[in-house]
Design a protein around this ligand. Structure first.
Ligand code: TPP
Ligand code: MG
Length: 329
């Protein structure tokens, strides 16, 4: 691969990936110690996709995420405080504490949010792209979806209409090898999901989703293609979730050997090794960076545990129906 980050880009990507990893690790420990409740879908191991997508877009571009949305939400600009507050159900959370792990939304940073319904964000993103085209905007929309979602009808219908109407949407498949306990090898009709672009006359490519430089370059190129041609693009990023599907998953559908093989391609370790080789960083800097982020996270969580601020019943009802203040159409 020809493309490499300069030192500032590499530091930014490493900081973001470590922040996402430590954020999710903290979430995991808060769920296991019953301080947080319900369920959550971690994307530990997929941080190169998070740090390679939003940073390669313009600030005004939109993303629509999935049930596995924490990393993309932070990468698009959400603050750690607003994200943690949402998990605690606090009124200063990203969705006023009403959404939780699977419903992070951050309109200020052009993140239209996520839903628990697999594949449902893709037609929404396609509709948003239609509206941007009608407004003659230069913005685009990234529709994130998984290997499991890639076989849903709504995803195929979206690709078809986006091609027919030339809509500025980047279909971005985060292929992490499994949809719950179902291995993509047994469930997806093609080896490469990017090949499905051919059926809809959509340009496509596949990249190593554990290599943040490759993901960043592919997203930059795809965004340039979409803006200059007005056509959609399909990008497949191949990665692996180190964690289980959700909180209670014992991972009986895959072997520990397979996991160890992927752990050797940890995206954070891969970038760190490159930065050490290029003398962008040394071991001490790396350790300090991790300690600083951990300290920031621990302080935020301690403060939140000490100062609960659930929204009132009256306020909760005020979000049920749209009002003029909340942006009626
Ligand atoms: C329409 C629908 N069908 C089934 C489910 C149950 N479900 C939740 S996550 C998931 C797997 C999705 O796999 P993939 O699209 O690869 O995303 P990943 O979980 O790997 O990020 C399934 C089947 C659901 N939430 N919505
Ligand atoms: Mg998957």
């Amino acid at each position: 691969m020809d493309f490499t980050f300069n030192s500032a880009q590499a530091h930014a990507a490493l900081t973001l990936m470590l922040t996402i990893r430590l954020f999710e690790s903290k979430i995991e420990s808060l769920f296991s110690s019953h301080i947080m409740h319900g369920t959550t879908h971690l994307a530990i191991g997929q941080e190169a996709v998070h740090a390679g997508v939003s940073p390669a877009l313009d600030r005004e571009d939109w993303i629509v995420t999935t049930h596995r949305c924490h990393g993309h939400t932070l990468a698009k600009g959400a603050s750690l405080k607003a994200a943690f507050a949402e998990f605690f159900g606090y009124s200063d959370g990203l969705a006023h504490g009403l959404g939780g792990s699977m419903h992070l939304v951050d309109v200020e940073h052009h993140n239209a949010g996520s839903s628990a319904v697999v594949g449902s964000g893709v037609p929404l993103a396609t509709g948003m792209a239609l509206q941007l085209k009608r407004k003659k905007s230069n913005q685009l929309v990234v529709a994130l979806f998984g290997d499991g979602a890639s076989s849903r009808g709504a995803v195929h219908e979206s690709m078809n209409i986006a091609s027919v109407m030339s809509l500025p949407v980047l279909f971005l498949c985060e292929h992490n090898m499994y949809g719950m306990s179902a291995c993509a090898k047994d469930m997806v009709s093609v080896e490469y999901i990017s090949d499905r672009g051919n059926a809809y006359a959509i340009e496509s490519t596949v990249v190593d989703g554990n290599d943040v430089e490759q993901v960043y370059k592919a997203v930059s190129d795809a965004a340039h293609y979409i803006r200059s041609t007005g056509k959609p693009y399909l990008l497949e990023t191949r990665t692996y979730r180190f964690s289980g599907h959700s909180k209670s998953d014992k991972r009986v559908y895959r072997t520990r050997e397979e996991e160890v093989a992927w752990l050797k391609r940890d995206p954070i370790e891969m970038l760190k090794q490159r930065m050490l080789q290029r003398t962008y960083i040394d071991e001490k800097d790396f350790e300090k960076l991790g300690q600083n982020i951990q300290c920031e996270i621990d302080n935020i969580v301690d403060e939140m545990i000490d100062h609960p601020r659930q929204l009132s019943i009256e306020e909760a009802f005020s979000y049920v129906y749209s009002s003029k203040e909340h942006g009626q159409l």
